[in-house]
Design a protein around this ligand. Structure first.
Ligand SMILES: Nc1ncnc2c1ncn2[C@@H]1O[C@H](COP(=O)(O)OP(=O)(O)O)[C@@H](O)[C@H]1O
Ligand SMILES: [Mg+2]
Length: 521
C-alpha cells in the first residue's frame, strides 16, 4: 500500500468525518478509495451532481440513483445521514457548492461532520481544486494525491503487457534494467497519461524494449509543455558567453558537483536555489540558463505568470503538478524567470482572484522550505517591490545575488563576448575606449550597440570598425539614465541584504552621472 492509501486509511479509521482529496486524477483517486473501502469492509457510494448518490463501482449506463432527488447536494447530504451501514461516501466535484454563495450546503456539511464523528461513515470529497470557506477548514482533512510512483506505474505496465501477451504481432523485449528505466522515465505522468504513452510506444512499432525510454521522455516533455507551465528548455547558454559576474560564477562553480553521490557522502547540503535580483538586461536570465550547462543538468522553465492565468484552470493543482514533474526529472535546474511579475498587480493580489495567488505562493514556498529533492531553483527578478517577503526569508533560498550594471572591466568582457559571437576578433578593436564610452550601459545595451553598428557597417559596404560601435554607443540613451531612481532604490535595498554578483572593479569614470555602487557593500 502506498503512502497516500495508508494515510487515507488512517484518517478513516480515526473517524475523520470529512476527508478531501485534491487531485486531477479522479478515476485513480476513486480506485484507491474503493480499495480502502474493501479493506475496511465498508460500502461505497458515489455522488455527483449529475447522478446523485449511486452505489460505488456502478457502470455509467447502470447508474440508477438511490433517489434522483439526491442530485441536490443538500438532499444528498441528508441521505448520508439516513443510511446506517458502515460506508464511504465519495462526493465528486462538490467544491463549487462549498462556497459562500451556498451557505446552506456549507452549514449542512458542518452539521453532518459533527454527527459522523461518532459513526462508521465518512464523506470523501474528490476534486481538482479546493478552496474551503473558513467555517469548514477545521472540519475537513485535506489530502493531496501525489502522481503515481514507480510501483503504481509498474502495475499499470504489467497490466498492459499482459493484455497484449497473446498477440503475435507484438514483441515485448524488456529486461529488468530496461523496465526500471522505462518506469523511471514515466515518473511525473498521471496514470492516464502513462497508460496512453505506454500504449502508444507499443503500437507504434509493435515492440516494447529499452530503446522506448527516449520515446517516453519525449512524450513526457510534450505533455509537460502542453500543460503550459513547465517546459524543457532546449537552448541553454554557456558561462563562457557571460561577461563579468565573477562572484556569481565562482559561487556556482563551487557547487557544480553538489548533486553527486560523492558530495552527499562528504556531507554537503543539497543546494536549494538562488534569486538573481537586479537591473534589467544585465544577464540574469542568461546566467539562469548557463547554470544548467555548467552543472550538466536538464533545464526546466516554469512560467509563473501563466500559472495564475484563468485559462490554465486550477492554479494550486497546477503548481503542485509542476513541482511533481520537476522532482520526477531531478536532479534538474528549475528556472523561474521574472518571478516578480507573477506576484505583481492583480494576478496574485488576493482581492480579484479569490486568494488563488496567495495559495499558489503558499504551496510554492512550503515546497521550497521543505524541499529535499535535488531541484535547484534559479529565480530572477527586476524589482523587489512586488516580491513576497516570505520568499526572501532565510532558509528558503541559499542566496540572493544582486546583479548591478556592469563595471568598466565587465563591459570589456561583455563587448569581447559579443564581438566574438559575431565572428569578429576583439583584439582588433579598442575595447577600452568602447568600455569607457559605455558607462551605465547594460549587457543587453552593449549587445544592441554592436548589432546596430553591424547594420551601419553592412549598409555602408564596409567592415565593422571601432567607430561604428562608438557611434552606436553615443546614439544610445541607456535605460539606466531614465531609470536612475529605480536603480538607486534597488541598490539601496540590496545593500546588506544581497550578495554581489560581481566585484566592483573600478572607480566609476569621472563623467558618470550615475550613482556609483556603494564600495562598502
Ligand atoms: N553579462 C553579460 N554578458 C554577456 N551578455 C550579456 C550580459 N548581460 C546581458 N547580456 C546580453 O543581453 C541579453 C539579455 O540579457 P538577460 O540575461 O535577458 O538580462 P536580464 O535577465 O538580466 O534582464 C542576453 O541574452 C545577452 O545577450
Ligand atoms: Mg531576464
Amino acid at each position: 500500500m502506498g503512502a497516500f492509501a495508508a494515510e487515507l486509511e488512517l484518517l478513516i479509521r480515526a473517524r475523520y468525518p470529512v476527508i478531501a482529496v485534491v487531485t486531477g486524477e479522479e478515476v485513480r483517486a476513486l480506485q484507491l478509495v474503493a480499495k480502502t473501502a474493501e479493506r475496511r469492509q465498508k460500502r461505497l457510494y458515489e455522488w455527483s451532481c449529475s447522478t446523485g448518490i449511486v452505489p460505488g463501482g456502478t457502470s455509467i449506463q447502470a447508474r440508477k440513483p438511490l433517489n434522483p432527488a439526491t442530485r441536490d447536494p443538500l438532499v444528498a447530504l441528508d441521505a448520508v445521514l439516513e443510511l446506517v451501514e458502515p460506508a464511504l461516501f465519495v462526493f465528486k466535484d462538490l467544491h463549487p457548492f462549498l462556497s459562500r454563495s451556498n451557505p446552506s450546503v456549507v452549514r449542512r456539511l458542518r452539521e453532518i461532520s459533527i454527527h459522523l464523528k461518532s459513526g462508521p461513515k465518512s464523506i470523501i470529497l474528490i476534486s481538482p481544486e479546493l478552496d474551503l470557506p473558513t467555517e469548514l477548514q477545521k472540519d475537513v482533512a485535506v489530502l493531496h494525491l501525489p502522481l503515481p510512483d514507480t510501483e503504481e506505474l509498474a502495475e499499470l505496465l504489467d497490466g498492459i503487457i499482459e493484455s497484449v501477451g497473446s498477440r503475435t504481432d507484438i514483441c515485448i523485449d524488456l529486461d529488468s534494467t530496461g523496465r526500471a528505466r522505462l518506469l523511471q522515465a514515466a515518473l511525473g505522468l498521471s496514470l492516464n497519461e502513462a497508460e496512453n504513452v505506454f500504449a502508444k510506444i507499443i503500437v507504434q512499432d509493435g515492440r516494447l524494449d529499452a530503446s522506448d525510454v527516449n520515446a517516453v521522455f519525449a512524450e513526457k516533455s510534450q505533455l509537460v509543455r502542453r500543460s503550459g507551465l513547465l517546459e524543457y528548455y532546449q537552448h541553454p547558454e554557456h558561462f563562457s558567453q557571460v561577461g563579468g559576474l565573477d562572484l556569481l560564477k565562482d559561487w556556482l562553480a563551487k557547487r557544480s558537483t553538489a548533486f553527486t553521490p560523492e558530495a552527499h557522502a562528504f556531507g554537503l547540503p543539497v543546494p536549494r536555489g538562488i534569486l538573481l535580483l537586479g537591473v534589467q538586461g544585465c544577464g540574469k536570465s542568461l546566467c539562469a540558463k548557463a547554470v544548467s550547462t555548467m552543472w550538466q543538468l536538464p533545464l526546466l522553465r516554469l512560467d509563473m505568470g501563466r500559472m495564475f492565468a484563468a485559462l490554465v484552470g486550477s492554479s494550486e493543482e497546477n503548481i503542485r503538478r509542476a513541482i511533481n514533474v520537476a522532482e520526477s526529472i531531478a536532479p534538474a535546474v528549475l528556472w523561474i524567470d521574472e518571478i516578480d511579475k507573477a506576484f505583481s498587480g492583480s494576478q496574485a493580489g488576493g482581492s480579484t482572484d479569490g486568494g488563488t495567488g496567495a495559495r499558489v505562493l503558499g504551496t510554492f514556498l512550503t515546497w521550497l522550505a521543505e524541499k529535499r529533492s535535488p531541484v535547484f531553483v534559479v529565480a530572477t527578478a527586476n524589482d523587489i517591490s512586488h516580491l513576497p517577503p516570505e520568499l526572501l526569508r532565510k532558509g528558503r533560498l541559499d542566496e540572493i545575488f544582486f546583479v548591478d550594471l556592469p563595471s568598466f572591466v565587465e563591459r570589456t568582457e561583455i563587448l569581447r563576448v559579443h564581438l566574438a559571437r559575431r565572428s569578429r576578433n576583439p583584439e582588433l578593436f579598442d575595447i577600452h575606449a568602447l568600455a569607457g564610452e559605455s558607462e551605465g550601459f547594460s549587457g543587453a545595451e552593449l549587445e544592441e550597440a554592436i548589432n546596430s553598428a553591424l547594420f551601419d557597417a553592412f549598409h555602408g559596404n564596409s567592415e565593422l570598425s571601432n567607430d561604428h560601435i562608438l557611434n552606436a554607443l553615443r546614439e544610445t540613451v541607456p535605460l539606466a539614465r531614465t531609470m536612475d531612481e529605480q536603480i538607486r532604490r534597488l541598490r539601496h535595498w540590496a545593500d546588506g541584504r544581497a550578495r554581489r554578483a560581481s566585484i566592483p572593479h573600478c572607480p566609476p569614470l569621472p563623467f558618470s552621472d550615475l550613482p556609483s555602487p556603494d564600495p562598502s557593500a
